[in-house]
Design a protein around this ligand. Structure first.
Ligand code: SF4
Length: 423
């Protein structure tokens, strides 16, 4: 069969769709880059915001219009709204998150447990990536009041070190130069068998030759003392994505977040002391229910004080089924948007000053995309270990190569670089 795979939302969804691609290929099926020629399609949907849910439905409708008669809908939006998913054109099957790990087996009605050492091959088309996202954990025990993911993904559960290492080895065999560990609540890996993420990272660095290991989002309260000594190993990328969500203590309490501005400040300071050049990025919600002008001002001041290297600002989106959606004092949509812009400007300002610190430095860059530029040769775009986006020119394409680059200047939201030699 020709199978088209598509995903919306987080890196975990991306990682799951990549695993499905490997499983379908292992069973002898072809993964196609566009739906037009597909016999079947699988769509991994998202529900984190109302926009993401709408995008998920839009992708399914687009695939149906392309003529695919058998669409399988899975993922968070499908798990929360299975009937509505089944009503969409072309959808013949819905697979909720609790059954997603064996979706391919169930569809093909055959066991596919003998995967290794099947090499990971980047998905064709839009989702072709140099970095491999490896799922190490699913679900979450926390109940942040704005979060629908914990509702859609269920309880926290960790994959074993052996399974994770197997996936990493097949990704490296497939040519990946960077591994990104991902999960719903990555920092809770191992809690279900009395271990900690530290042990997983140590095992990966010991048992594989991964050149670049990166961690995706980490909840600030999971990071134990000594965690930052892991970065003595230079194969661990100096980038920490720590969702703050709000810089105001009373708002954090209404969000049921297990952190405070004081504990967050102490954590960031410890990270900056232990890890040279570390990029600390974050997520912030603008216009959370009950957020007064004073609370917003307190949050903005704290965001400025933290001097983040970048991040995302989400306009609060009430998700049916969450505690926050039922809270009094919902902030007017236009005011949420206005606060979003103010926070974005503050984050962009600190990101700019973070980038400027690296003018004149030499750093390793993994090239993620190439575009031909005629007499200029090839324009490369890639990421340093501390998540600086870099552009440079090369006489030949260097997709998925790691080079040593002199960072000459800042150009909008990225660095202008000159390739020195192989990284
Ligand atoms: S820790 Fe993250 S995934 Fe868990 S409930 Fe909070 S925001 Fe959601």
């Amino acid at each position: 069969m020709k199978i088209y795979l598509d995903t919306i939302g987080c890196r975990l969804n991306q990682s799951e769709i990549e695993t499905m691609a490997r499983q379908f290929r292992a069973a002898g099926h072809e993964i196609v880059a566009v739906p037009d020629s597909a016999d079947m399609a699988v769509v991994n949907t998202c529900a984190v915001t109302s926009n993401a849910a709408a995008d998920s439905r839009g992708v399914i409708r687009r695939i149906a219009r392309a003529g695919v008669e058998e669409i399988v809908a899975t993922g968070c939006w499908t798990t929360l709204q299975p009937r509505r998913a089944l009503d969409l054109p072309g959808v013949r099957r819905v697979v909720t998150n609790d059954s997603k790990d064996h979706l391919v087996e169930d569809i093909l009605d055959l066991p596919i447990y003998d995967l290794e050492p099947l090499t990971r091959v980047p998905l064709p088309g839009l989702h072709r990536r140099t970095r491999a996202f490896i799922k190490v954990q699913d679900g979450c025990e926390n109940h942040c009041t704005f979060c629908i993911t914990t509702v859609a993904r269920g309880e926290g559960r960790s994959r074993t070190i052996a399974d994770v290492i197997l996936d990493i080895r097949s990704a490296l065999e497939g040519g990946a130069k960077e591994i990104v560990l991902t999960g719903v609540h990555l920092g809770s890996w191992g809690y279900d068998f009395d271990s900690h993420l530290t042990e997983l990272i140590k095992a990966i660095l010991r048992e594989t030759d991964v050149p670049r290991l990166r961690l995706s989002s980490l909840e600030p309260w999971d990071l134990s003392d000594g965690f930052f000594s892991l970065w003595d190993n230079k194969r661990l990328m100096p980038h920490l994505h720590l969702p703050l969500q709000s810089g105001c203590e009373s708002t954090l309490r209404r969000m049921a977040r297990k952190t405070t501005p004081d504990s967050f400040r102490a954590l960031v300071s410890a990270a900056r002391t232990a890890i040279p050049d570390v990029a600390i990025t974050t997520d912030i919600i603008a216009g959370f229910p009950g957020e007064t002008e004073d609370e917003f001002a307190e949050s903005l001041d704290f965001v400025r004080e933290m001097n983040f290297a970048g991040g995302h600002v989400f306009t609060y989106s009430p998700r049916p089924g969450t505690g926050a959606a039922r809270m009094k004092g919902q902030v007017k949509p236009e005011l949420r948007k206005k606060r979003n812009h103010v926070l974005r400007d503050a984050l962009e300002e600190s990101a700019r000053s973070y980038r400027r610190k690296f003018i004149g430095r030499k750093m390793s860059v993994l090239w993620e995309s190439t575009s031909e530029m005629g007499e200029w040769g090839w324009k490369m775009e890639g990421l340093t270990g501390n998540y600086l986006r870099v552009n440079a020119f090369a006489p030949s394409p260097r997709w998925n190569e790691i080079d040593r680059v002199a960072l000459e200047d800042v150009e909008d939201d990225r660095m202008k670089g000159v390739i020195l030699n192989k990284g």
